[in-house]
Design a protein around this ligand. Structure first.
Ligand code: 13P
Length: 254
C-alpha cells in the first residue's frame, strides 16, 4: 500500500516561540489521539526547521520539511538555502514548486526540475506541487497545464529517483479561498496524474506514488477527500496553523 502523508505547510507564519508551542501541542495530541498510519510532516519556515526536527527527534511517523530549497548545491547565492543544509538540520521533505513560488517568484517548470534534482542530490524527498488557476480551469486547459507541470518538472528523472518524489495537486483557486475542489474534481485530477506516471514509469511505480491534495483542506472535508481512491493525504495551509484543526485532519486519515 502506498504511503499516506498529511503535511502542514505553515508558509510565512509563526514566530519561533509560536511555532515551538504549536509543534509541542500537535505532537502531544497525536500521541494521545492518533493510532493511524499516515506520516505527518511539519513544514515550518527555514528558521524553525532545525528546532522542530530536534523537538520531534525520533518520534514515530512525524517528520520535518522545508518550504523551498536552492537549485544549487552550494556557493555564492546570497539568501539561498541548499538541500544539504536542510538535510543536515533534520529536514526529510522539501516542497518544490508551490503555486505561491510559481506565482510570486516566477519559478517555472524548467527551473523547478533543477530544484527537484538539487533536493534529491541533497537527500531530501521532494513534494512537487502542481495545480491550475481558475482561468485555466474555466477555459478547460487544466489537464494540459498539469501535464506540462508534471512532465517538465519531473519526467527527466530515472525511475529510481522518481520513486522518492511525492506529488501534491493544489488547484490555485482552492488555496486559501475556503473553496475546496469537490472530491470528484480532485479524484479526477489525481487519477489523471497517476496515469501520466504510469505511462512514463509503469504501473507498479504509479501505484506506489503518493499524490496529496491541497487547497482549503479542513477537518470537515478531509475524510471525504481521503476516501477517494487516488487521494493519498493532504498538504494543508491555513488549518495547519492551529493544533486542533490540523490534528483533526490527520485523524480523518484512518
Ligand atoms: P490552504 O489550506 O490555506 O488553502 O493552503 C493550501 C496550501 O497552499 C498548502 O500548501
Amino acid at each position: 500500500m502506498r504511503k499516506k502523508i498529511i503535511a502542514g505547510n505553515w508558509k510565512m507564519n509563526k514566530t519561533f516561540e509560536e511555532g515551538m508551542a504549536l509543534v509541542t501541542e500537535i505532537n502531544g495530541m497525536l500521541r494521545d489521539e492518533y493510532q493511524g498510519s499516515a506520516e505527518v510532516v511539519i513544514i515550518p519556515p527555514f528558521t524553525h526547521v532545525n528546532a522542530v526536527s530536534r523537538m520531534l527527534g525520533d518520534e514515530k511517523n512525524i517528520s520535518t520539511g522545508a518550504q523551498n530549497c536552492s537549485n544549487h548545491a552550494s556557493g555564492a547565492y546570497t539568501g539561498e538555502v541548499s538541500a544539504a543544509m536542510l538535510y543536515s538540520v533534520g529536514a526529510k521533505y522539501v516542497i518544490i514548486g508551490h503555486s505561491e513560488r510559481r506565482q510570486y517568484f516566477m519559478e517555472h517548470n524548467a527551473w523547478l526540475a533543477q530544484k527537484v534534482d538539487a533536493a534529491l542530490a541533497g537527500s531530501l524527498l521532494p513534494i512537487y506541487c502542481c495545480g491550475e488557476t481558475l482561468e485555466e480551469r474555466d477555459s478547460n486547459k487544466h489537464f494540459e497545464v498539469l501535464e506540462a507541470q508534471i512532465k517538465e518538472g519531473l519526467f527527466h528523472l530515472a525511475a529510481e529517483q522518481f520513486s522518492n518524489v511525492v506529488i501534491a495537486y493544489e488547484p490555485v483557486w482552492a488555496i486559501g479561498t475556503g473553496k475546496t475542489a469537490s472530491t470528484q474534481q480532485a479524484q479526477e485530477v489525481h487519477a489523471f496524474i497517476r496515469n501520466l506516471v504510469k505511462e512514463k514509469y509503469g504501473d507498479t511505480l504509479a501505484q506506489q506514488t503518493t499524490i496529496q491534495y491541497g487547497g482549503s483542506v479542513k477537518p470537515d472535508n478531509a475524510a471525504e477527500l481521503f476516501a477517494a481512491s487516488d487521494i493519498d493525504g493532504a498538504l494543508v495551509g491555513g488549518a495547519a496553523l492551529q493544533s486542533r484543526s490540523f490534528v483533526d485532519i490527520v485523524k480523518a486519515m484512518r
